[in-house]
Unconditional design. Structure first.
Length: 136
């Protein structure tokens, strides 16, 4: 008996972003990549006589990155990075699977890079500013 799973091309990924913690999110133009890391703290609880180090799980840590090309019609990234109350962030691996996403409040940083041998690029990172939902 086989198990069938769907595989999606990354070209259909999308990021939705608000510019404030209470604003409405909309898609960000000209991005080409995003990543998310969902890790937890590991707290050492090794005791005398243990055969190896042991750990207990601590708090979750949600962080990630994004990058793409600068689009002069797109102002959300830099406006969002200046937000005093963070942003709402929605990450979709594919618009062909809209029920699969990660979302939550975040703090956002962004950068712009101009290279004589390439297109003007934007990049940045985000970190959780509250609880996140994962349906991936």
């Amino acid at each position: 008996m086989g198990f069938t799973m769907a595989v999606y091309p990354g070209r259909n990924g999308v990021i939705y972003l608000s510019t404030t913690g209470t604003g409405n999110a909309s898609s960000v133009l000209s991005l080409t990549q995003w990543s998310i890391n969902r890790t937890t703290d590991k707290i050492a609880v090794t005791a005398f006589g243990d055969a190896n180090k042991t750990y207990t799980q601590g708090l979750a840590d949600v962080q990630g990155t994004f990058s793409g090309f600068w689009n002069d019609a797109e102002t959300k990234l830099f406006t969002a990075a200046a937000s005093a109350d963070g942003v709402k962030l929605y990450l979709y691996p594919s618009t062909s699977a809209v029920s699969k996403f990660a979302s939550g409040p975040a703090w956002l940083d962004c950068s712009i890079t101009t290279d004589v041998n390439g297109a003007v690029a934007v990049s940045g990172n985000f970190a959780a500013n509250g609880s996140w939902t994962f349906n991936l």
